[in-house]
Ligand binder design. Sequence first.
Ligand code: SF4
Ligand code: FES
Length: 208
Amino acid sequence: MMPEKNPYIVFTKHTPYIVMDVDTIIDENHQKLKASSVVALCRCGKSSAQPYCDDIHAVDGLREEKSKDRAPDHLKDYIGDDITVHFNLGVCCHDGCCVEKLPQVFDINKKPWIQPNNGKIKDIINIVEGCPSGALSYSIGSRRYQDLDRPPSIHIQKDGPIEIKGFIKLKDDENTVPACKEHYTLCRCSSSKNKPFCDGAHLDGNFE
Ligand code: SF4
Ligand code: FES
């Protein structure tokens, strides 16, 4: 099911995220925010009206750029007998969902850290489909599965990134395309090295 509207998020290095035509925005308390055709969401982490922009960037300035020493945007394959899991460290938001929910397959203390033969296919698919950043995908045979079929929605994570679902396009001054077009996570703390995407830097504890 593809959306009837054409929702998108427009921004530059110097602006907040301007969300256009997204009816469903859920805050960190799981409450649906009032729908509006245009919403400005904070990306500098300093707004006192979170998750909205309060124009503080106009005072403090905003220059949200990728760092040269960010994790590389690279897909690595973890091959099992019946399923191959793909992982892109460059876009992982490090929320830990995979390692918490299926530790027999996803365990950062093992090498390789993903071992598909240790779990059931349906459980692995569940985890991949729950990965908010799009860092995980999988292949069965020669077919790769990455996108889901969901209506457009935006979810504000508590003390964390903005989770995007449902093929919401990005329109910025650098033609940014998410690694997974259906879902991805946007930085709203301003500390990510992979802006506009979250890289888990908010976990350092300086963002609430
Ligand atoms: S973003 Fe995906 S790969 Fe990264 S920790 Fe979360 S579930 Fe795992
Ligand atoms: S919100 Fe995760 S790095 Fe900024």
